[in-house]
Design a protein around this ligand. Sequence first.
Ligand code: GLA
Length: 399
Amino acid sequence: MIKTPKMTTHQIHASELKREFNRLFSRNPEQLFFCPGRINLIGEHIDYNGGQVLPCAISMGTYLAVAKNNDKRFRFHCLNFPETADLHLQSSYSKTGAEWFNYPLGVVDRILQDGHDLSGLDLLFYGNLPIGAGLSSSASIEVLMGFALSSLFGLDIDKKDIALLAKDAENHFIGVNCGIMDQFAVAMGKKDHAILLNCDNLGYEYIPFKTANYSLLIINTNKQRSLAESKYNERFTECGAALKLLKQELSIQHLCDASLADWEVNRYMVNNPVLEKRATHVISENQRVKDAVIAMQTGDMELFGKLLYASHHSLRYDYEVSGKELDTIVDFCTDYPGCIGARMTGAGFGGCAIALVQENKIEDFSEKLLDHYTQQIGYAPGIFAAAVSEGVCELQITN
Ligand code: GLA
């Protein structure tokens, strides 16, 4: 019997996209691209405070099939959403409504602002990341668009700069004051490595992601997030206010420039209990990242796990961005003997948690968590293993 080689997930999605592209535009796509989503191992809500973060790209993400057209139009389609856009090529765009195509359109606008000439494009997207689940579906589609434009029009923008312009589009076109972590992680991800990123100067280092006999699981709360963007911007503003007060005593540029020792001596300057809690999280979280990297490099997974729990505790009580759903998951993990660490990942307010679970306990852990969460929250969580993967790339078009 002749064996047909097994298709990879990328090949399956690429051939489906190609078929759908053909059906929609009556021709073949010229190029195909993929950009992953990300998880953040530790270092939450400190990228916009000049801290260090430790994210990794994951195997799920966003796909794009694309071809240039001669009629000066941008036609946006996506297999996940019914909404489409058909826009004339203009010198600039602005956000319209809350539809998905604003994310890639923001990047188109940003590249036009840089003075690059573009022609019209027929675009078909597809994503297999749960949307709004804190795995950076927005950074994924933004970086994907930037990378595709750079490749299609020979703009030669390096991946780091694509991450920067995608962040800029998210800040100014979409209106979320996010830091650089997500765009950087999905652009620069490396298989089986986490990225230790200094968000102040963008220096980075790849840290081998070895978890001994533990597996990293992603647990999706499946909570519909609401108010997440405004709460996120509120935290951003609170950190700015705490920084301003601390600057009266310390010569620092970002909250993360303060050490824990500086903070203990000078916290009285922040004479507002809410701002004090926010700064406590930020400054302690930055230290936890440093400790977590050492734990990872020395293979001390128990310590790494403890730091994950400590990070969650700080996000829950000091930064106040967790919630009943995430806390139900992390509390379950704390009580489960085969789980050595867990925390929310990403912005919070719902979204996903990550957990380090002994490999031979995964089935039992998943069954029990599913029952417990469903009983407490009223609907089921999603539980899947994280595969740490490469960043944005072009895919081969096969027949
Ligand atoms: C979101 C933002 C990131 C980062 C995280 C929290 O994912 O896009 O820039 O601030 O929240 O760490």
